[in-house]
Design a binder for this molecule. Structure first.
Ligand code: CP
Length: 301
């Protein structure tokens, strides 16, 4: 692989290689090793046209921990504001002998377009409602670490499926690795076609969560909605949010996951988010290990 644009076209063996490499990276992080030589002669640029905390910071830390030169470019403070096109911005960064460009963009397909016009490797850090492959890989790593395998696991994903690039990448990745993915969302936020990708579209939250090994909440993406898809946030929480009672339907000790940022008390109750079963903060740490693995694997050749 030269680029990582989505999990749709990534093989199970490649996912396994990323997860196994992330195991080694996590060991180093646990030992507080934060200066490794792997990217010593490489430069990594994050190019974000949308806000981010977890993805941008963890990529920057991952690159720095492996000794890369790093630069962050935010669309709001770059020459994009003066009318420069995506391709011209990409070519400008490429001309500086950049090795990796990590891009987030509100339009589906923008990282692919960039990859076709630059020499650098391109990593998709989230493109519109399409994919967020590195988030799904860190989600899979979190499950792999806890259960030792992804084969035979049942993962319930509950929330705004229609607008979620995290849900789509997880469906592609988890089903390739042998997990069952169940999806539940309000009908106005559903994506029935996702059933054709191998996920099970469920009719109720209880059915989705029943005997699941993990329950993943999805953020309500108000910024991508035109409005009117549900009456109010409190009503959404009442009818569709995951609460402690719902969690009792899952397997004992089932993991509580969320890609973040969380709308506390909307898609999940505070008690669920802060429960002993919650691995939401572990997911954040795993994000650094997985992104170190991805940067290492994409640049080693
Ligand atoms: N999960 C995720 O993509 O979070 P950020 O928007 O903070 O990067």
């Amino acid at each position: 692989m030269k680029h990582l644009l989505g999990l749709k076209d990534v093989e199970a063996a490649e996912i396994r290689e990323i997860l196994d490499t992330a195991v080694s990276m996590k060991k180093l992080l646990r030992q507080n090793v934060k200066k490794l030589p792997q990217l010593q002669s490489k430069s990594v640029i994050t190019l974000f046209y949308e806000n981010s905390t977890r993805t941008r910071v963890s990529f920057e830390l991952a690159a720095k921990y492996m000794s890369a030169a790093t630069v962050n470019v935010s669309a709001s403070t770059s020459s994009v504001q003066k009318g420069e096109t995506l391709i011209d911005t990409g070519r400008t960064l490429d001309a500086m002998k950049t090795d990796v460009v990590i891009m987030r963009h509100p339009m589906a397909g923008a990282p692919k377009l960039l990859s076709e016009n630059v020499r650098a490797s391109v990593i998709n850090a989230g493109d519109g409602m399409n994919e967020h492959p590195t988030q799904a890989l860190l989600d899979m790593f979190t499950l792999y670490e806890k259960f030792g395998t992804l084969k035979g696991l049942t993962v319930a994903i509950v929330g705004d499926v229609m607008h979620s690039r995290v849900a789509k990448s997880n469906v592609f990745g988890l089903t390739k690795m042998g997990s069952e993915v169940r999806l539940f969302s309000p009908s106005t936020l559903a994506l029935p076609e996702i059933g054709r990708l191998g996920a099970k579209v469920m009719n109720s939250r209880a059915d989705a969560i029943r005997d699941a090994d993990a329950v993943m909440g999805l953020r309500i993406q108000l910024e991508r909605q035109k409005g009117g898809l549900f009456p109010s946030l409190s009503e959404y929480n009442r009818f569709f949010g995951v609460n402690e009672e719902d969690l009792k339907g899952a397997k004992p000790g089932a993991l509580v996951m969320h890609p973040g940022p969380v709308n506390r008390g909307v898609e999940m109750s505070g008690a669920v988010i802060d429960s002993a079963q919650s691995v939401i903060n572990e997911q954040v740490l795993n994000g650094v290990a997985v992104r170190m693995a991805i940067l290492f694997l994409l640049t080693r050749n």
